[in-house]
Design a protein around this ligand. Structure first.
Ligand SMILES: C[S@@+](CC[C@H](N)C(=O)[O-])C[C@H]1O[C@@H](n2cnc3c(N)ncnc32)[C@H](O)[C@@H]1O
Length: 274
C-alpha cells in the first residue's frame, strides 16, 4: 500500500469512528463501499481533495460545515407518505381514540427525514377529529440532517413520495405547484414544526412530554447499545402510558423493559411514571 493509500484508510476509519461516536450511525464492514461512496460525495461538496484532509478538518473547533456535510452524506433519508400503513392503522385504532379528548395533542417524529411522516400524522388527525383539531395539535419533526429539515419546512413533495396518498386526501390537503410537485396546505403545515436534532445527544431537550413518539426506520442504522439508549431516552420524554411507534422490523422488546409491546410496531410505557 502506498503512503497515500494508508493515509486515506486512516482518514476513512477516523470518520467512520466519529460517525458512530457522535451520531450513532454505525457502518459495519459489509457497508464499507457504501460509506466510501457517500463520504466521497461529502468530500466533493466541501471541495476537499482527500478523505484524510476531511478527517483532519473534522477535528477543528469550527468544523460545523464539515460535520453537517458528513452527517447528511452518511444518512439514509428514504421516506414517503403513509409508510407502513399497517402500523399507521394500528396507531389510528389503538392510540388516536385516546387522544381525541386531549386539550393538546403532542407527537414527535424523532428521525423525520423530509417530514413525510409528520405531515401524514397531521392529515390523519384532521381526518379523524376534523381540521379544527389541528389547532390543538403540535407535531415535532427532528432529524440529524440539515438539508432534509429544510425540505420538510418547505412542505413541497414530488409525486413519487405521495404514491400511497389516496386521491381524495391529496386533493383535500395539498395543491399542485410546478411539474408533479405538491405543497402541503397551510392548516396542516401550521400544526408541524421541524428542528435539526441528534438522537445520540441525550437527555433530549424537551420541557413537556409527548403522548406518542415515532422513531421509525432509524434504529437499524445504530449499534445495539445506541438503540437501547435511544429508546430509553425516548421513554424519558414520553408521558406515563404514552406510546412508541417503530418500524415492524425494529424489536423494542429486545431493547428495553421500559416499553411493553402492544402490537406490531407499537409499544406502550407503563402508566406509572418510570
Ligand atoms: C430512513 S429515514 C426514516 C424517516 C421516517 N422516520 C420513515 O420511517 O420514513 C432515517 C432518518 O434518520 C436520520 N438519522 C440518522 N441518524 C440520526 C441521529 N443520530 N439523530 C437523528 N436523526 C438521525 C437520517 O438523517 C434519516 O433522515
Amino acid at each position: 500500500m502506498t503512503q497515500q493509500a494508508i493515509s486515506e484508510e486512516t482518514g476513512f476509519e477516523a470518520i467512520r469512528t466519529w460517525l458512530e461516536r457522535t451520531c450513532a450511525i454505525h457502518y459495519p464492514p459489509t457497508k464499507r463501499a457504501l460509506l466510501h461512496q457517500r463520504l466521497g460525495r461529502a468530500q466533493r461538496s466541501l471541495g476537499m481533495s482527500t478523505l484524510s484532509q476531511m478527517a483532519q478538518a473534522l477535528q477543528h473547533a469550527d468544523a460545523r460545515d464539515v460535520q453537517l456535510a458528513i452527517m447528511h452524506a452518511a444518512s439514509t433519508n428514504h421516506t414517503y407518505f403513509y409508510r407502513e400503513k399497517d402500523v399507521l392503522g394500528s396507531f389510528r385504532a389503538e392510540v388516536m381514540p385516546l387522544l381525541a379528548t386531549r386539550s393538546e395533542i403532542r407527537l414527535w417524529s424523532a428521525a423525520c427525514s423530509t417530514g413525510d411522516e409528520v405531515y401524514t400524522l397531521a392529515i390523519m388527525i384532521a381526518e379523524a377529529f376534523g381540521p379544527e383539531a389541528l389547532r390543538r395539535t403540535h407535531i415535532l419533526g427532528t432529524d440529524i440532517s440539515a438539508p432534509v429539515i429544510e425540505r420538510a419546512e418547505a412542505g413541497v413533495f414530488p409525486r413519487r413520495q405521495l404514491e400511497q396518498v389516496p386521491d381524495a386526501i391529496l386533493r383535500r390537503y395539498m395543491h399542485p405547484v410546478g411539474i408533479d410537485q405538491f405543497r402541503i396546505n397551510d392548516e396542516i403545515r401550521a400544526a408541524c414544526t421541524f428542528r435539526r436534532m441528534n438522537l445520540k445527544k441525550a437527555p433530549f431537550p424537551f420541557q413537556r412530554p409527548f403522548q406518542a413518539v415515532f422513531c421509525r426506520n432509524v434504529l437499524y442504522y445504530f449499534a445495539h447499545a445506541d438503540q437501547v439508549d435511544v429508546v430509553n431516552s425516548v421513554a424519558d420524554v414520553t408521558e406515563p402510558g404514552g406510546w412508541l411507534v417503530t418500524s415492524v422490523t425494529e424489536n423494542v422488546r429486545e431493547l428495553s423493559t421500559r416499553w411493553t409491546p402492544v402490537t406490531s410496531g407499537i409499544s406502550r410505557k407503563s402508566e406509572r411514571a418510570m
